[in-house]
Structures are given as structure tokens and as C-alpha cells.
Write a protein that binds this ligand. Structure first.
Ligand code: SME
Length: 161
């Protein structure tokens, strides 16, 4: 399998429509969860060059850092804390246009200005989140939400993976 990602220029929609089948190609047929999460973050980072993109997974009632691309980040987040812990608690995607206006925002990087956090829900339970940070204010919108939720829906979290 060729491992090169095809990077395109265009509208956000065009970019996601090019990227999503490539991500599916990368993870389909691979059962290892860490390998798949690692490749998804790498593909998103390579195409969008966001400041930070990565996963946190629920372990023993905390979010614990999982594969990511970007600067080092905080390792553990409690339910209800920060944007990630709030998305976990509410089981809804959060788009934060200005992180300084989000009460309790956890500043892993002082460069982060806006953020989107998409909860990963399986069997009606949040089992993790996808977190993306941008250096620009108001960077994320409903299109990002829709396409990132689609990417997440394609990840298999089968036991033992
Ligand atoms: N800003 C997040 C913390 C995680 S980092 O951005 C990677 C939050 O408030 O939950």
C-alpha cells in the first residue's frame, strides 16, 4: 500500500472530501487502535497543519492522552474540566471560537486560540475525544464538526484492539 497522503488545496469541503477516503484506506483492515489513531492524527496534521490534533481516551474515569501531533500536551483531564472534559460530560461536540473566553479552558499551548472537541461515543457512552487546536481565532465551524464526526464514526474500538 502506498503510504503517501495526497495533499490538496481547495475549500474546506473539498479538502475533507479528498482526505476522508484516504483516512478510511489507512485504517480499514488494521485492527490496532493506537496505529489507527496515530495515522488519523498524522493525516489531519499533514493536510491542515493545525497547531495540535489528537485523541484523549477515557481510562479509569479520566481522559488520558493518546496519539497526537503537535506540541507536548497535558496527560490527564478530569470529567467536566476544560473543553475536553466538558465535551465528555455533555457528550456533545464543542466549538470554541476564543479559548480565552471559555471558563476553565486548559491551556496546553499558549499559542492556541480556538478549539474543537468531538466526543467519541460508542454504546451511548463517551469513550474518548478528538481535540483540535488552532492558532487562529474562530477557526472551526459546523463543517469541521460534520467531517470530524464522520472520521470518528469510522474508527473501530473493538475490545482488544
Ligand atoms: N485545551 C484542552 C486541553 C487539551 S490541549 O488543548 C491539547 C481543554 O481545555 O480541554
Amino acid at each position: 500500500m502506498a503510504e503517501d497522503l495526497k495533499i490538496i488545496e481547495g475549500s474546506k469541503e473539498q479538502i475533507y472530501l479528498s482526505l476522508i477516503p484516504q483516512i478510511k484506506g489507512l485504517i480499514d483492515g488494521e485492527s490496532d487502535l493506537v496505529a489507527n489513531l496515530a495515522n488519523i492524527t498524522a493525516a489531519l496534521k499533514e493536510q491542515f497543519n493545525w497547531l495540535w490534533v489528537g485523541f484523549y481516551l477515557v481510562k479509569n474515569d479520566e481522559l488520558v492522552l493518546a496519539p497526537f501531533q503537535g506540541p507536548v500536551a497535558c496527560t490527564r483531564i478530569k470529567k467536566g474540566r476544560g473543553v475536553c472534559g466538558t465535551a465528555w460530560q455533555s457528550a456533545t461536540t464543542l466549538i470554541v471560537d476564543d479559548v480565552e473566553k471559555f471558563p476553565g479552558h486548559i491551556a496546553c499551548s499558549s499559542l492556541s486560540r480556538s478549539e474543537i472537541v468531538v466526543p467519541i461515543i460508542r454504546n451511548n457512552e463517551v469513550i474518548g475525544v478528538l481535540d483540535v487546536d488552532s492558532e487562529s481565532l474562530g477557526h472551526f465551524d459546523e463543517a469541521d464538526q460534520r467531517f470530524l464526526e464522520e472520521i470518528i464514526s469510522g474508527i473501530s474500538f473493538a475490545p482488544g484492539s
